[in-house]
Design a protein around this ligand. Structure first.
Ligand SMILES: Cc1cc2nc3c(=O)[nH]c(=O)nc-3n(C[C@H](O)[C@H](O)[C@H](O)COP(=O)(O)OP(=O)(O)OC[C@H]3O[C@@H](n4cnc5c(N)ncnc54)[C@H](O)[C@@H]3O)c2cc1C
Length: 606
């Protein structure tokens, strides 16, 4: 099985030349230490760790999986050693505040780390990934005592974190949460209930596990307005800040699942466990939203990762495996047959993967600049700016999470297809990429829920189309500037048409929704995918424009690299972007064709 190679050339092209991260970091307070030299050193070291330590555990971790014995969960062979190296390397605290032991680097540096480590081994990256969510929640909503107690060991990586939302009866509709939190005279709470599907719920990697738990205080209002958030550590912190007395939280069983088998997914039983309220009473869901947005951007990486990994391995295979002759004549006459890569249909699959991986990477790098600005504004106590960037990021988050994870699945499947029947056989790792990637469209809010969040909440309810107007204005400004150059003109023209169409579609849905509320749900998926294709088109146009400029004026990369960028952008515009028009047609189709069939008439069996 091949190994993962971090795509550093593409990463640096996008960071330095397309999105000007060096300039961006200079403007950031948290960017003081993110000098080009430091960024380069971190990228190189992270690539090495991902390639040499994590990638070799990709397949063995899947084969062995996690085990539960005598109430203790063990991770597969090699995971503990890799996690210890991760801790020693200071990776957990890369973007965490310095006051709690972190390196205080911009949030986007954390995303770059997540991209490489997650692509090499998504299961492994789940453990530190969940901790980041817990750290952010405590940092933003915890009191001083909670921050001092939990943030240093979490930042170092000696403790890890989880998010405990889902219960057997609800995952999306968290208003149905039943877990009870009974107040105690000492100000703590007794937490009782069962949570399912809890990632990193128990494992053998850290001294302690800090669960962030949604629960209901007796007498709280029904539904989402009566849910509070609690810290429930596996071991209660002792006076010295170490892992003390065992708390009443245990792993009841491990879920048997399709992929990411080296990531423990636990049923967690809370039995009168000591918990500590975090944030205001009954505002748990609001507090959790900070957690969810960071987690959702993190999950969007799981769209790009499988696309990249599957592409790397499929490309290598397509250059070696031989089958028949190219239709335009022999390409390798000395060989028994031409390599797969000479067949147009195989190129369609490979270029689709490449367009998704590199276009998706650009979408992530574009968006995380906003996350950097938001964190900076928060540190400076500028709540107005925080809200501004939160709104901008909030609009892009469901597009990134929903669209990129769907596209990541497509790319992973195409990689398997390039391998033919061998893709279905375990030894090549291609089917594992498919299995591992599949979860990304489900957790952290399914694609359907991302779509509703985008269209229902961000576009219609809170901004009455303003979010689309603002974003398309940005795209249109870019397009207008690129109308004169003959290499970028076709992209710019297409973008201008799409900007007008995106706004028109929004207005039309808004008008229909006044009479027919179901349109919001019936149009949501198509609207999300349409938004994703247009956003990716913008990002590809930016990459092509930069490449064209560098070809003329010189850049860090070779002419072949820049020409490949322009060629891939052309492929994207001609072969993937047209799908947006099918979504545009479908989203405006009357709700009747979805709703007219009686539930009892959906199937006639027996
Ligand atoms: C491997 C794995 C790891 C996980 N890790 C965690 C974790 O660490 N912590 C945690 O708390 N949870 C975790 N989860 C749970 C995960 O977040 C939920 O499974 C997910 O949010 C979906 O919830 P559900 O399974 O209850 O599906 P449901 O909510 O029952 O949804 C079923 C289907 O109905 C659709 N649907 C639901 N409501 C609506 C609506 N109003 N309108 C339109 N469509 C709707 C959904 O899109 C979906 O397609 C994990 C799950 C898995 C499988």
């Amino acid at each position: 099985m091949p190994v993962y190679k971090a795509p550093l050339r593409d990463m640096k092209f996008q960071l330095n030349e397309v999105f000007d991260y060096p300039g961006h970091y200079k403007r950031l307070k948290s960017g003081e230490n993110a000098t080009p030299d430091i960024v380069e050193a971190i990228l190189t070291e992270c690539a090495r760790f991902s390639e040499e330590i994590l990638s070799p555990l990709f397949q063995s971790g899947d084969e062995e999986g996690c085990t539960l014995k005598d109430g203790k969960v063990s991770t597969p062979k090699g995971f503990k050693e890799a996690y210890d190296l991760h801790t020693m390397g200071g990776w957990q605290g890369l973007s965490a505040p310095e006051e709690f032991g972190g390196q205080g680097l911009p949030a986007s540096m954390g995303l770059l780390k997540q991209e490489m480590m997650g692509t090499a081994n998504w299961s492994f990256s789940m453990y530190p990934g969940l901790s980041i969510g817990a750290m952010n929640t405590i940092y933003l909503h915890g009191n001083e005592d909670q921050k001092q107690t939990y943030l240093p060991p979490l930042t170092e990586g000696h403790w890890s974190g989880t998010m405990c939302l889902t219960e057997p009866q609800c995952g999306t509709d968290l208003g149905q949460v039943k877990t009870k939190a009974e107040p105690q005279p000492d100000g703590s709470y007794r937490i009782t209930g069962t949570k399912i599907f809890i990632s990193s719920g128990d494992h053998d990697l850290t001294e302690n596990i800090v669960h962030i738990v949604l629960a209901r205080i007796p007498g709280a209002p029904a539904g989402t307005r009566g849910i509070s958030l609690f810290i429930v550590p596996k071991f209660l912190p002792d006076e010295k800040g170490g892992a003390g007395e065992r708390n009443g939280v245990t792993c009841g069983s491990l879920e048997k699942k399709m992929g990411i088998k080296a990531s423990s997914t636990c049923v967690m039983n809370f039995d009168n466990a000591s918990g500590f309220l975090i944030g205001p009473e009954n505002e748990g869901l609001n507090c959790m939203f900070t957690f969810m947005n960071t987690a959702r951007i993190g999950t969007a990486v799981q769209g790009v990762g499988p696309a990249e990994l599957s592409y790397q391995w499929a490309l290598a295979y397509a250059k070696e495996r031989r089958s028949m002759r190219a239709l335009s004549g022999k390409k390798e006459p000395d060989q028994i047959a031409d390599a797969l890569i000479h067949h147009a249909d195989v190129r369609r699959m490979l270029l689709t993967q490449k367009a998704i991986a590199e276009g998706g990477r650009g979408m992530l790098y574009y968006a995380t600049r906003l996350a950097d600005y938001m964190v900076d504004a928060h540190t400076a106590g500028d709540e107005k700016k925080v809200a501004k960037y939160d709104d901008k990021l909030g609009f892009l988050t469901p597009i990134l999470k929903g669209f990129l994870t769907e596209m990541g699945n497509e790319a992973a499947n195409l990689g398997m297809q390039v391998f033919g029947g061998h893709g279905y056989i375990r030894e090549h790792g291609m089917e594992q990429i498919v299995r591992d990637a599949r979860i990304a469209t489900l957790y952290e809010g399914t694609t359907g829920i991302q779509a509703l969040d985008l269209l229902g909440r961000k576009v219609l309810l809170t901004t009455q189309g303003g979010a689309v107007r603002d974003f398309t204005l940005k795209i249109a400004n870019f397009a207008r500037k690129n109308l004169t150059d003959k290499r970028t003109r076709p992209f710019a023209m297409e973008l201008l048409k799409l900007c007008a169409q995106w706004n028109l579609l929004t207005v039309r849905i808004m008008l229909v929704a006044r009479k027919d509320r179901d349109i919001v749900s019936s149009a949501a998926h198509d609207f999300l995918m349409y938004s994703g294709y247009v956003t990716m088109a913008y990002i590809w146009a930016r990459q092509a424009a930069t490449a064209a400029d560098k070809l003329e004026n010189g850049g860090d990369e070779s002419a072949a690299f820049y020409n490949a960028k322009i060629a891939t952008a052309e492929f994207y515009y001609k072969r993937l972007l047209p799908r947006a028009q099918a979504h545009a047609t479908s989203m405006l189709s009357p709700t009747k064709n979805l709703m007219q069939l009686d539930a009892d008439d959906m199937a006639f069996t027996g």
